[in-house]
Write a protein that binds this ligand. Structure first.
Ligand code: SDX
Length: 446
């Protein structure tokens, strides 16, 4: 039996009265109720409110899901206070150091790291699915040449559903596994095609003799008129960036994929919904916004003025790439990204003023009480844009690469959710604040 603890109801402002389980109409009342406490393997316990409405006739209220666990999951664990991130129990630092992105994909999907035979089979299967139907190319030509690549990726990812809708039984584990292979394999192809379309160059077919990251770089930067040599340092940095972005618990885009999937929607459509959500500048779109911010600041001497602007609420200016709903300490991915950033720029002998500004900005923010009091630290997006730009990825493509990397996380959560025996469609309720019942007045009387 789970421990049972008395949980105070949602704290009504200024109302500290304690009382029995009294639920009165009108505002300012409190509810005292005993709820079962459910515990996971690590991290906060949850108060089980599933029977609350049935037993008490009230809903919980948590619009930003600040205190809400929407599901149970065994995929990724984050400790925001410690700045800890684990995929299936393995710390992100060790995975980034010792594993390839496809090893991490296998881990996220199946729960264990593959042995050599399993990895080889998985790699071959993924690489065998990298091509897209020839008709997919025609979708691209419907977009304006200056379309944002994320608008293209949203569209073509959803369009994949039209190629698989009839051959997909989401309740068949084998079909779910094939879908995982298809999406992981095809997102780099779709992403590279979005870039090629935006620069007016021909699409490059995948080359299955290359690594996952190497194949992506070739599809992005090769042209039919000459050979392309994958730079191993960039290939490794790309692969590591994919790993760092692979999954992150119940973030906004993953929660969107889960909610879309709970209706039984086609997984390609669900991932397209994830792509759309990730695009927001508060989420995956932050990496593009960080680079724009660094370019606007221009040089280290302008950092103090920018910090002052951020602290002035009226300016409505955020320090992009800083802060996180969960991390109240360093985002472990930001630390690895910063190290990778220095290594890539050194290897490529690139001097990027944006990096100098980023380092000065980070130092200023980390020593400023405004940021310290609010526990604002660099997140995964703070340095990623600088590396991507050094590699030659244009800024508007940054979030597409985030979506490419996160597809495995979205699919792992979709598979976990669909596979749950008591899976139900997600259907939140609300606190209604609109007009009470009234009759329609005759037009002449309005
Ligand atoms: C990602 O959820 C995930 O896991 C996401 C992600 C993933 O891998 O999926 O980690 C990827 O989305 C990383 C976050 C990328 N976004 C940005 O870098 C955009 C800038 N950051 C913020 O907008 C903000 O920090 C959020 C959206 C990330 C988190 O916002 P919260 O948790 O709702 O926090 P909040 O807005 O309530 O902020 C608390 C306080 C406020 O000040 P006060 O009202 O208390 O005075 O901190 C301030 C905020 O104004 N604040 C910032 C700030 N972030 C928060 N002030 C300046 N700059 C910022 N970046």
């Amino acid at each position: 039996m789970a421990n049972v603890v008395k949980l105070p109801s949602s704290k009504a402002a200024g109302n500290n009265s304690s009382g029995g389980a009294t639920v009165q109409s009108g505002g300012g009342d409190t509810l005292t109720v005993t709820l079962p406490l459910l515990k996971g393997t690590v991290g906060p316990a949850v108060a089980d409110v599933r029977a609350l409405y049935k037993n008490q006739g009230v809903f919980t209220y948590d619009p930003g899901f600040m205190s809400t666990a929407a599901c149970q999951s065994g995929i990724t664990y984050i400790d925001g206070d410690k700045g800890e991130l684990m995929y299936r129990g393995y710390p992100i630092e060790q995975l980034a150091e010792h594993c390839s992105y496809l090893e991490v994909c296998y881990l996220l999907l199946f729960g264990e790291l593959p042995n050599r035979t399993e990895l080889e089979k998985f790699e071959n299967t993924v690489m065998d699915h990298t091509m897209v139907h020839e008709q997919v190319a025609t979708f691209y030509h419907g977009f304006r040449p200056d379309a944002h690549p994320m608008s293209i990726l949203c569209g073509v990812t959803g369009a994949l559903a039209s190629f698989y809708h009839d051959s997909l039984d989401i309740h068949n584990p084998r079909h779910r596994e094939v879908t995982a292979y298809r999406l992981i394999a095809k997102m780099p192809t779709l992403t590279a095609m979005a870039y090629k379309y935006s620069v007016g160059q021909p699409f490059m077919y995948p080359d299955n003799n290359l690594s996952y990251a190497g194949n992506f770089l070739r599809m992005m930067f090769a042209v039919p008129t000459k050979d392309y040599e994958v730079n191993p340092v960039i290939e490794q940095a790309m692969d590591r960036i994919f790993t760092l972005h692979a999954d992150h618990e119940q973030n906004a885009s993953t929660s969107t994929v889960r909610l879309a999937g709970s209706s039984g929607a086609n997984p390609f459509a669900c991932v397209a919904a994830g792509v759309a959500t990730l695009w927001g500048p508060l989420h995956g779109g932050a990496n593009e916004a960080v680079l724009k911010m660094l370019q606007e600041i221009g040089s280290e001497k302008n950092v103090p003025a920018f910090i002052a602007k951020v602290k002035d609420k009226l300016s409505e200016t955020k320090l992009m790439g800083f802060g996180h709903r969960v991390y109240k300490n360093f985002d472990p991915r930001a630390k690895i990204m910063r190290e990778t950033c220095h290594a890539v720029l050194k290897e490529l002998n690139v001097k990027d003023p944006a990096l100098d500004v980023a380092i000065a900005l980070e130092a200023a923010a980390l020593s400023d009480p405004y940021f310290i009091e609010r526990k604002l630290y660099p997140n995964v997006d703070f340095y990623s844009g600088i590396i991507l730009r050094a590699i030659g990825i244009p800024t508007p493509m940054f979030t597409c690469l985030f979506a490419l990397s996160r597809t495995v996380g979205w699919i792992a959560h979709w598979m976990e959710m669909i596979g749950e025996p008591d899976q139900k469609i997600g259907r939140p309720r609300q606190l209604y604040t609109g007009p009470v019942r009234r009759d329609v007045p005759n037009l002449a009387k309005r």
